[in-house]
Structures are given as C-alpha cells and as structure tokens.
Design a protein around this ligand. Structure first.
Ligand code: SAH
Length: 250
C-alpha cells in the first residue's frame, strides 16, 4: 500500500517545485543569501567598492544562464551562453565596473552617468550597470544573443537599459557622449568611435590584445580636458581573458 502511495508524494513535490517557478528544488538560487555569499567571496578576493558589491548582490545571475548551468551561476566563473560566447566572471564584471566608478565624471556624479556597453551577451552586466548608472546603452552584434538579452531583461523591468543590435566597434553615436564605456570583448585596437564618444571626464575600460600579441590585458582610458584641450590618458592593468571583439553583425 505504501509503495502505491509513494509516486503520489513525488508528484506533489514536483507540482510544488513548479509552483515555486525556481530551478530544480533544493538549489535555492532565488535566495538573496546565495548572492550575498558570492559577494562576500568577491570582497575577500579584493573587490572593495560597496556600491558595486551591492549591485552584484541584487542581480539574479542564474536567470541569465541556461537552467542546466544555473547551479554554477554564483561561482566565480564564466559560463557558456551559446553562439560561442560567455557570460563574464562576476569578479571581472565587478573589477571593471569599480574601475569605471573611479572616473572623474563618475566620482563627481556619484554614479556611472550614461554608459555604453559593447557586447551585451545575455545582458547580465547590463543589469548590474543599470543599478549604478543613469542610462545604459548596450550593443550586441549577434542577433540571437541580442534577442536573448531582451527577454532576460524584460522580467527585471530595467527601463534605463537600451539594447541595440549592431556593430559595437562603431559605438552608438545617437546617444553619445558617454561618461562610461565598457567593452566585454577584446580587440587589437581601441576603436576610434569609442574615444570620440567618451565625454570629458569620462572613463573607458576594455580588454585588449596585449602588446606583442600574446593574451589580453585590461586597458583604461580617461578623457581629460585641460584649458579646453582634450587629452586621453591610457593605463594598462592585469591580464584577462575575453572573447574577441569582432566586426560587423550576424
Ligand atoms: N556582457 C556580457 C558578456 C558577453 S561576451 C555579460 O554580461 O556576461 C561578449 C559579447 O561581445 C559576445 O556576445 C559577442 O558577440 C559580443 N561582441 C563581440 N564583438 C562585438 C562587436 N563588435 N559589437 C557588439 N558586440 C560584440
């Protein structure tokens, strides 16, 4: 008799799982505690900006990856998002956004201002940026990923994000200038359009192929204006590993 009843118990559990609308029961990924644990680890690893940590704590990263990978969403690792692309590591997202927060315009305003992101991917970083910015314009060259990001971001109702399908090497002149520019793909050069669209006091951070062509490094550019004359000051940071910045759209 007990054996006959067992399947019914399982069915009830399955129905309860479905009603909770979460990934398989037991993962608890919707819990803020899972994200806080991730943020604590990032803090221990050296990410200090509390505003950035708070933004990372607020975005449900597991909703941006395939459900089969959701269980890994709060580990500090990049994960495949299809079409040969990846969602960036939380520590790198945090590091680059913290660098942007140190730009002159961002420091003055207390937020990132208007941000241009090149490489929307699944939209995760755009959602983090939106918590620290007035507006986010994010460009993706792969139509299926642009569409995926649209649907991922819909449920978060972030009205200050504008997603563009296009070649991010050209920036997005229509919304320029930007106080902050961030690239999630690394090329051999910094496209001229990015520098042209960077506001005075603005800061750009991007991965770039390292001098000598081996690996990538993070590059930071500040647009300074002294006595009415623009100056672009570039500095180089640690090695990183991003997907390549490509031209054109697909
Ligand atoms: N920001 C994403 C990372 C996506 S990976 C996140 O939150 O995790 C980088 C993305 O850059 C890929 O989707 C790739 O298609 C895109 N990309 C590469 N070159 C590009 C270009 N020229 N313009 C726009 N997007 C580009």
């Amino acid at each position: 008799m007990r054996e006959v009843l067992m399947p019914q118990r399982h069915l009830r559990e399955a129905a309860a799982d479905a009603a909770r609308r979460t990934a398989p029961s037991g993962l608890g990924l919707d819990s803020i505690h899972v994200r806080h644990r991730m943020v604590q680890r990032l803090k221990q690893a050296g990410l200090q900006d509390e505003r950035v940590l708070q933004a990372l704590a607020e975005v449900p990263r597991h909703e941006f990856v395939d459900s089969a990978l959701a269980i890994q969403a709060y580990e500090d690792t990049s994960l495949p998002i299809g079409h040969g692309q990846t969602i960036s590591k939380p520590s790198v997202v945090g590091r680059m956004i913290a660098m942007l927060m140190g730009g002159a315009a961002a420091q003055q305003q207390g937020h990132l201002g208007k941000v241009l992101e090149i490489g929307t991917g699944c939209g995760y970083q755009a959602a983090v940026l939106a918590r620290l910015a007035k507006q986010v314009v994010s460009i993706e060259r792969l139509k299926p990923l642009h569409d995926k990001a649209l649907s991922n971001l819909q449920s978060l109702q972030l009205s200050q994000i504008r997603l563009i399908y296009g070649d991010g090497r050209l920036g997005h002149g229509g919304s320029a200038p930007y106080e902050s520019i961030i690239a999630a793909a690394g090329g051999e050069d910094l496209p001229a359009a990015w520098l042209a669209q960077l506001a005075p006091g603005g800061r750009l951070v991007a991965p770039m192929v390292a001098p000598g062509g081996r690996g990538q490094i993070l590059v930071l550019v500040d647009h300074l204006v002294e006595a009415g004359i623009s100056r672009y000051v570039r500095s180089e940071y640690e090695a990183v590993h991003f997907v390549p910045l490509k031209s054109g759209v697909l």
